[in-house]
Design a protein around this ligand. Structure first.
Ligand SMILES: [Zn+2]
Length: 48
């Protein structure tokens, strides 16, 4: 599981429904939703 910071809960949460994408800047980005409140969360994983 990938952890990300939820802006709403203001804490680290485990990303739900995680998907990985590569941004224009060639960075791997994981996107998903917070399991507690359902807010979208994302995190940069590093270079692709
Ligand atoms: Zn949350």
């Amino acid at each position: 599981m990938v952890k990300a910071r939820c802006m709403r809960c203001r804490e680290q949460v485990e990303m739900k429904d995680k998907t990985e994408k590569v941004t224009k800047n060639n960075l791997r980005r994981a996107a998903g939703v917070c399991p507690k409140c359902g807010t979208k969360v994302s995190r940069i994983l590093g270079k692709a």
